[in-house]
Design a protein around this ligand. Structure first.
Ligand SMILES: CC(C)(COP(=O)(O)OP(=O)(O)OC[C@H]1O[C@@H](n2cnc3c(N)ncnc32)[C@H](O)[C@@H]1OP(=O)(O)O)[C@@H](O)C(=O)NCCC(=O)NCCS
Length: 384
């Protein structure tokens, strides 16, 4: 029944129907869909059709993901939605598989998304690969001294030198996004918010950080939402906290996306803050060879491993791959021969005895099993 499905760039005529489907799927006003499609770029809006009827779709977000200091071509996905009458019969799964097939054909090595449900995406080969921490605190509860060596200046939007600073920091943080136009758009203008950008730099000195903030009020409580926060020095981190604390006459909450122990969070002076790490993202290796060759490795790392990959959704990934890491890069080719020497039956029995009769999980022979999304970390641990 799903043989009649077709996934393609939404034609102009499809966009109104897709706006209906996605606004209902995500509960936003239908008239807001046009602006969302515009920000994504019409070429990235995909409609799923059964005949002439648009029954679902998604938005593609081309970008990169930093691993080992290099940007790996990554297709982000947003707004995956199926019209209610078609749900629960494999259409969403078909949409994911077809999207991945097309992404691979177009040269993407990875795909990433924020899941509403894990099962749907896990079936397509995604796995949880990380989470960002939402740090929140009441600015009235923290005391941060003014940082006299840093001046805070307001700029419009997020100009190029700030984006370059983000790239510098993000490229050293595995899994961070190499942001494309869509993600930068969401930083400058998060949904429903108006932002202001402040640079952090010594007077007439080089940029050491920046903060993008939005203020929202409901009733008597005001929240400061930090849309982006990049700091490269402890004094810029202190200045950013002080800047956020300056909102304390009205604000009862400050929220920013950080990590358990990033430069700013580490400087919070008291324990009156919360860190929520429930915003998981999932990653799917779309092209095994390309993903490994595109990423960087520590230059001191050298080694070789053979991978045996099973992949029902993208069969071109399946089979054995030989991976040789040297000089910060990996060379990947098809491997021939057995994955490992199985040894004699007597040696196998001896190994089993040594494990107290437990089944062979492969570790004794240097074999490690995992899902495709474990690959980048696995390789880094194996050779780095
Ligand atoms: C999520 C959604 C796209 C799934 O589409 P679908 O055509 O029903 O998906 P499938 O029939 O291929 O279901 C695949 C599996 O995903 C899981 N799944 C599907 N819909 C789900 C839901 N709403 N909640 C939790 N799990 C769900 C189920 O495990 C399902 O397997 P099962 O039917 O064997 O139990 C659809 O329900 C939808 O549009 N929901 C609203 C928008 C949304 O949440 N999008 C995801 C944003 S990340």
């Amino acid at each position: 029944m799903n043989d009649e499905l077709l996934l393609d760039v939404a034609r102009e005529a499809d966009q109104a129907r897709l706006a209906d489907v996605l606004s209902h799927a995500f509960g936003f006003p239908r008239e807001d869909a046009g602006a969302w499609f515009g920000r994504a770029g019409p070429e990235n809006v995909r409609a799923l059709r059964r005949g002439e009827a648009v029954i679902g779709g998604l938005l593609e977000v081309p970008m990169g993901q930093w691993f080992g200091g290099r940007s790996v071509p990554t297709l982000g996905l947003a707004g995956v939605g199926i019209t209610p009458a078609e749900r629960g019969r494999g259409v969403g799964s078909w949409l994911m598989r077809e999207t991945l097939r097309q992404a691979r054909a177009r040269g993407f090595a990875l795909s990433t998304l924020y899941p509403a449900t894990l099962t749907l995406y896990r079936r397509a080969g995604y796995e949880r690969a990380g989470a960002f921490a939402v740090v929140s605190f009441d600015p009235r509860t923290i005391e941060v001294a003014r940082e006299p060596s840093i001046s805070v200046d307001e700029v419009v939007g997020v100009p190029e030198p700030l984006r370059a600073l983000y790239d510098r920091v993000a490229s050293q943080a595995p899994g961070h996004l190499d942001r494309g136009a869509y993600v930068w758009g969401r930083v400058v203008a998060p949904r429903g918010l108006t932002t202001r950008t402040f640079t952090l730099a010594p007077p007439r000195g080089a940029l050491e950080g920046y903060v993008v903030v939005a203020q929202t009020s409901s009733g008597s409580s005001t929240t400061i939402t930090v849309a982006d926060l990049v700091v490269t020095t402890a004094r810029a981190a202190r200045a950013s906290l002080r800047l956020l604390a300056e909102y304390r006459s009205l604000a009862t909450q400050v929220k920013y996306n950080g990590a358990l122990s990033d430069l700013v969070t580490t400087l919070l002076p008291e324990r009156h803050f919360a860190i929520d790490v429930s915003s998981h993202f999932m990653v799917r290796v779309v092209d095994v060879a390309r993903a490994l060759e595109a990423r960087g490795f520590p230059t001191a790392a050298a080694g070789a491993i053979t991978l045996e990959v099973a992949d029902d959704v993208l069969p071109d990934n399946a089979g054995r791959w030989s991976v040789v890491v040297e000089g910060g890069r990996a060379r990947v080719g098809r491997a021939r021969g057995a994955l490992h020497r199985t040894g004699s039956a007597a040696r196998a029995r001896a190994r089993r005895r040594a494990r107290g009769g437990r089944r062979d999980d492969g570790r004794a022979r240097g074999v490690v099993r995992g899902t495709l999304s474990h690959l980048p970390g696995l390789l880094l641990r194996t050779v780095g």
